[in-house]
Design a protein around this ligand. Structure first.
Ligand code: C5P
Length: 217
């Protein structure tokens, strides 16, 4: 069986999370959502009450927090200082603050080194994020860039969250633009297969990925 590293990058609402979890389950691989790592670090900062303006202070809080992540595809979890934060890190407060924390280079260095550790210890893993194929795991066996047109991404996100479409669209654009200062949410990594999911459902995306993996031997 395939026991390699699969990097899945793409902007918010491109379908990365559902695709990664399902693919990892079907292949019997581990699964790492790096977005939840940045979200957990952000929650630690928000809980500490230090504010989001000073990079050195943000870094100190992240360095002092104990962050743990589960990588079983159907039982992924995030812990901040032992506290399960899966629900809270998806909420609006964290979503609004995450780009400020993920934009601190030293915070990225800490999380990227944790990500590489997790990848090295897993016997095969699907890793999703923004910079996996380019920075975290440039030697991944398969790199995929998932995208979809902005209206479709907003539609999916608003359905998931039960939120207003226009507000979701505005939020996606704001976050993509803020993230573009540190990662390249609109560009595929070198060597990545680009998959536009605007007109594809989850089954079709998974089928396409299985075909790509079959060609990897
Ligand atoms: O994918 P998700 O929307 O959960 O990502 C949350 C945030 O984490 C992104 O908006 C971005 O700021 C940050 N992120 C990142 N690099 C990654 C994954 C996520 O900077 N590899």
């Amino acid at each position: 069986p395939f026991r390699g590293v699969i990097a899945i990058d793409g902007p918010s609402g491109s379908g990365k999370s559902s695709v990664s979890r399902r693919l990892a389950t079907e292949l019997g691989l581990r699964c790492l959502d790096t977005g939840s790592m940045y979200r957990a670090a952000t929650l630690a900062v928000l809980r500490s009450g230090v504010g989001l303006t000073d990079a050195a202070t943000i870094l100190k809080v992240v360095e002092g927090a104990t962050l743990e992540f589960g990588t079983t595809p159907n039982d992924r979890y995030s812990l901040v200082d032992g506290d399960n934060v899966d629900v809270e890190i998806r909420g609006p407060e964290v979503t609004a603050a995450v780009s400020a924390v993920s934009g601190v280079p030293e915070v990225r260095a800490i999380l990227i080194s944790m990500q590489r550790d997790i990848i090295a210890k897993a016997n095969g893993i699907v890793v999703e994020g923004r910079d996996i194929g380019e920075v975290v795991a440039p030697d991944a066996d398969l790199k995929v860039y998932l995208t979809a047109d902005p209206n479709e991404r907003a539609r999916r996100r608003s359905m998931q969250a039960g939120a207003d479409l226009a507000a979701t669209a505005a939020d996606l654009t704001r976050r993509d633009n803020a993230d573009a200062k540190t990662t390249r949410p609109h560009d595929a990594a070198p060597g990545a297969v680009v998959l536009d999911t605007t007109h594809l459902d989850l089954d079709q995306v998974i089928t396409a990925l299985h075909e790509l993996i079959a060609h990897k031997g």
